[in-house]
Design a binder for this molecule. Structure first.
Ligand code: SF4
Ligand code: SF4
Length: 729
């Protein structure tokens, strides 16, 4: 299971020399890896490179044919450690993850890898999740590249550049014996285009052609070797890298008629720069520019001679570096001052220090820079004032009006999500026992920190919720509560959380949300994946909460020494409340683990919708459950919406002209999970919820029953109407 199936697209990976390959950036990277003779690939999913893992997964046949080894790693640390294959042997390898979070997780292995150095090209494809649309804290991989001395590629977002830089990246890695970061920004992952393919290259070494084991003691990261390794980084590897980047022309210069000006831009931002220049009438869609550009497809290290060469005859140069702090700008200033070049460098003094360089920001900054030129008068289509006026097409008044009409929509759980009833239950227990401090985690469940649940105080990292409750647990009026997903549990939670908690006599509660997938990243497989046959048979019914796992979460906890373990279905709101209350009030010492099971509804729908469709098309009797709100009994206080937050629960006008409050309404996106009804029952809210079974291809008995029901309802309605009329007389 995966967020998206690339089963049809991956056949393009077989494209031979000269064929035109058309597709997305993420697919082009995979093709480039195969063209580079890669021997092994791995990674850990996370936006914006989850699709790269999905592509690799769907391309297993092709990888097998070529003899390329693929692993879906347990974490980014596992993936980084895989690269050790390139330390002693000329094996090319690539791994991928979301940065900077994944890079932080992998940092131990990466530092050691960078210190040892590599003989085979080693590449880490990082999905740089920075800027608008990001889902994590705002940091950059740049800092890690500098401190570990790994080179950072940031190619221009177009397919030929993306492919070229993968191939040259491996060569750079080998020429300088250094592992490489290959940065894919959000905006680059899904760029589409075409390039002329080359033949795939089977790896020189694999299971069919094994290496001859040998060891090089000087590559072990222990003294005295580490001292020599550090010297090598600076005296050998860095100069070799700079030489290779310069000789192979990895960075690009584009001349322009305004030769006294220049822009230095990191490759990933190139498209936005060209668009801004185009809007000012200074460039065309083919990239021809009037303002000279120096594009850093290698963000780190800089090539001092190239920098001096570009800047020396210019009056002023603008550095466009997205995010903070201004690492590149500082380094460029150092290079220029050491070389005695006095060109004025603009950067964060006229550009925002933090945040994404969106089209508007780029246009404003470039306009400001060009407007400040004294040696030449650059004609601009748009004045600074006109550019700034483009910031928002709405006046402040319009915006204020819209804010009244359109309610803010915080990120939330999907319709029918199995996690919703869990948080409803926790909310209800909280109402009975007082406010909770909750250590939250990464995953879909982190949305519970937002409205309408507002549950959760901190998020410290993937699988770290239990560990993050260690410092606060002795200062709480209640047992500490940590919530973690099944993905987080296997990623880090078992070792950093459960094992450590048992070892330290932690008395708190860990709720593991077991939805069966790495749901937040699109539904990739995890070790406790439900067996496929079991998945199809499983129901959202609370009667059979326990399912068979390949690697059981409960067994893993038991093995780590946990004695108190309960398994509940998230859809059983009453049961969840009861078990959580038991855990909170228990006098038994030690960690209490509640495994809350409920299959991810998004993945469940992906799985069962085609099956339902097949069944209906085959003329079989097929039942789909839906829920409705009885408009006559709904009082319109909307407690059901506040306690559930299901996007299918909405409001509509009250049909009763004597009541003006809008009533609750279940719209067509309802998947019939029944949570709203269970909540209403568990919280003793109201009896308005009813389940309706939609029967496709009804049998004769179904039709007969429907006729009887309609007859009885019609008789009751006409009797009620007669009574009304009699009363009115
Ligand atoms: S992806 Fe699955 S687990 Fe995540 S919010 Fe949607 S239904 Fe819930
Ligand atoms: S049954 Fe209720 S909670 Fe479930 S999807 Fe439908 S409206 Fe949402």
């Amino acid at each position: 299971m995966a967020e998206r199936s690339f089963a049809r697209e991956v056949v393009k990976l077989r494209a031979a020399e000269g064929e035109i390959f058309r597709g997305e950036g993420i697919l082009a990277i995979t093709k480039a890896l195969l063209q580079s003779g890669v021997s092994y690939v791995g990674g850990y999913q996370g936006a914006p490179i989850s699709h790269l893992m999905d592509v690799l997964n769907d391309a297993r046949d092709i990888l097998d044919e070529l003899g390329v080894h693929f692993e879906a790693n347990g974490s980014e640390a596992t993936a980084a450690a895989m690269l050790s294959a390139s330390v002693n042997y000329p094996l090319r390898g690539a791994v991928t993850w979301k940065s900077t979070v994944g890079t932080n997780v992998a940092s131990d292995a990466l530092s050691n890898l960078a210190s040892s150095g590599v003989v085979g090209g080693a590449m880490v494809i990082v999905g740089e999740d920075y800027g608008e649309g990001s889902s994590i804290m705002q940091e950059r991989t740049y800092a890690f590249a500098m401190k570990a001395q790994m080179w950072l590629l940031d190619p221009r977002p177009n397919l030929p550049s993306i492919v070229d830089m993968v191939e040259k990246g491996f060569a750079l890695s080998e020429a300088s014996n250094t592992p490489i970061f290959y940065m894919m920004r959000i905006r680059g992952c899904h760029v589409t285009g075409e390039f002329a393919a080359r033949d795939n290259v089977p790896p020189a070494f694999n299971s069919r052609h094994p290496v001859t084991p040998h060891r090089e003691p000087e590559k072990i990261i222990l003294p005295p070797h580490v001292y020599q390794q550090e010297r090598d980084k600076i005296a050998e590897r860095l100069p070799a890298a700079i030489r290779f980047i310069s000789e192979q022309g990895l960075n690009e210069q584009f001349p322009g008629r305004y030769a006294s000006l220049g822009i230095i831009v990191l490759g990933g931002c190139y498209n936005t720069v060209i668009r801004a220049l185009q809007r000012q009438g200074l460039a065309d869609v083919f990239g021809n520019t009037d303002v000279p550009l120096y594009v850093l497809n290698v963000a780190y290290p800089l090539v001092p001679d190239e920098v001096v060469d570009f800047c020396a005859d210019k009056e002023q140069v603008l550095v466009l570096e997205e995010g903070q702090p201004e690492y590149v700008e500082q380094a460029l200033n150092t290079v220029l001052r050491r070389a005695g070049v006095t060109t004025r460098l603009f950067g964060k003094d006229i550009m925002p220090m933090a945040g994404e360089y969106s089209g508007q920001i780029m246009l404003e900054g470039i306009t400001r820079f060009l407007g400040s030129a004294t040696s030449v008068d650059v004609p601009l289509r748009l004045s600074q004032a006109a550019v700034e006026a483009l910031r928002s097409p709405l006046s402040d008044e319009d915006t204020a009006l819209l804010m009244q009409e359109v309610p803010p929509r915080p990120s939330g759980l999907c319709t029918g999500c199995p996690e919703r009833p869990l948080f409803s239950a926790i909310k209800q227990v909280q109402r009975e026992l007082g406010p909770f401090h909750i250590s939250s985690d990464i995953g879909c469940h982190s949305f519970a920190t937002l409205a309408p649940f507002n549950l959760g105080n901190t998020i410290m990292g993937y699988g770290l919720s239990l560990a993050s409750s260690s410092g606060i647990r002795h200062s709480l009026p209640h047992k500490s509560i940590s919530i973690m997903g099944d993905g987080g549990f296997w990623h880090n939670g078992l070792t950093s959380g459960v094992t450590s908690a048992v070892f330290n006599g932690h008395d708190g509660i860990l709720i593991i949300v077991d939805n069966g997938y790495s749901a937040a990243t699109g539904g990739q497989d995890i070790p406790s994946l439900v067996e496929p046959s079991q998945v199809i048979a499983s129901t959202i019914d609370s009667s059979s909460p326990s399912r068979t796992h390949y690697q059981s979460i409960q067994d893993a906890c038991r093995g780590a020494g946990v004695k108190w373990i309960r398994t509940v279905s998230t859809y059983s709101v009453d049961l969840v409340k009861e078990v959580l209350s038991q855990a909170l009030l228990s006098r038994q010492p030690g960690l209490k683990v509640i495994v809350a099971e409920g299959e991810c509804m998004l993945n469940r729908q992906r799985r069962i919708k085609p099956l339902l469709q097949q069944s209906i098309s085959a003329g079989k009797r097929t039942v789909r459950a839906r829920f409705v709100v009885d408009e006559d009994t709904c009082t319109g206080d909307h407690a059901c919406i506040r306690i559930s937050g299901c996007p299918s629960l909405t409001i509509r006008d009250n049909p009763d002209p004597l009541r003006k409050d809008p009533i609750s309404h279940v719209d067509n996106s309802c998947v019939g999970c029944g949570v709203c009804g269970s909540n209403a029952h568990a919280a003793i809210l109201c009896p308005s919820f009813a389940r309706v079974d939609l029967i496709h291809n009804p049998t004769r008995i179904d039709r007969a029953l429907a006729r009887i029901r309609q007859g009885v309802i019609g008789w009751l309605q006409s009797r009620a109407q007669r009574r009304e009329e009699a009363r009115a007389l």
